[in-house]
Design a protein around this ligand. Structure first.
Ligand SMILES: *[C@@H]1O[C@H](CO)[C@@H](O)[C@H](O)[C@H]1NC(C)=O
Length: 256
């Protein structure tokens, strides 16, 4: 006698469960993921100039020094330059908003996804006293989500790596990439002949080529998002007498 009743209940609860699962999946690009965060064991407020992404000083100071090393999210360098909202979960100490950090390094410490700069770690707190308490914990529970990077009044900029050797070896990193996409490929094009070649990601955010074409150069970037890919062609070229250490404004910005 009880059987039909039970099976009806069973079906009904299965249905509810399915609805909830589907609802979650639909919104989850914005969902927070639980994890843990630590901070750099040095006394610097900012990040490190020797971060694995190869950004140099830029990687320590970008975003006011609110930067982080990532472990899995580093993704062999594809994650370099990505922005995450990170907030700690102790409701007495932590603000709702948390902090937005840029990934500039690779590293993990005691099951963490992030090793924040000291400054960024403290900024997750509601108050200065709260920041001191957080720092005393060393490692805290957090939740995070990918967010758009924003660099008001900056164009995407090509920084020629100091280790480049004109004209035989060209290495560079890409600064001020806005939005939420990854740069997954880069083409180097010679602007007279229109000949292009795909470059290798040497490590982190560093793209390199031996024997770059002579003449002015155009650096095209492939932005890959959740379900689309866009090649972005800069307005400005890299002059043919490019110099190691120099930066070149691409004349374009994205919000992909
Ligand atoms: C960005 O590039 C455009 C040209 O495409 C230029 O007019 C503008 O001044 C640049 N912005 C900055 C902040 O350099």
């Amino acid at each position: 006698m009880g059987f039909p009743h039970i099976s009806f209940f069973y079906l009904f609860s299965t249905f509810l469960l399915m609805k909830i699962t589907v609802g979650d999946a639909a919104t989850c690009s914005d969902c927070f993921t639980h994890s843990r965060a630590a901070y750099y064991p040095n006394s610097d407020e900012q990040g490190t100039e020797t971060g694995a992404c190869g950004f140099g000083t830029f990687g320590a100071t970008i975003n006011g020094g609110d930067v982080s090393a990532a472990s899995d999210l580093y993704r062999n360098g594809v994650g370099c330059g990505a922005c995450y909202q990170v907030r700690c979960t102790n409701s007495n100490l932590c603000s709702d908003k948390g902090v937005t950090v840029v990934i500039t390094d690779n590293g993990a410490s005691d099951r963490t996804d992030f090793i924040l700069s000291r400054r960024a770690f403290g900024r997750m707190a509601q108050t200065t006293d709260g920041a001191a308490s957080l720092l005393a914990f060393g490692v805290v529970d957090i939740e995070y989500r990918r967010v758009s990077c924003s660099y008001p009044s900056k164009n995407i900029t090509i920084k020629i790596d100091e280790n480049s050797n004109y004209p035989h070896y060209l290495a560079f990193v890409i600064w001020y990439q806005q939005g939420k996409s990854d740069i997954t490929a880069v083409q180097l094009c010679e602007t007279q002949s229109f000949g292009c070649k795909l470059l290798d990601r040497s490590y982190g955010a560093v793209w390199t080529t031996t024997s770059p074409p002579s003449g002015s150069l155009s650096i095209r970037m492939l932005f890959s998002g959740d379900d689309d890919e866009t090649w972005v062609v800069p307005v400005n070229d890299i002059p043919q007498d490019w110099t190691p250490g120099n930066t070149y404004d691409s004349g374009v910005q994205v919000n992909l």
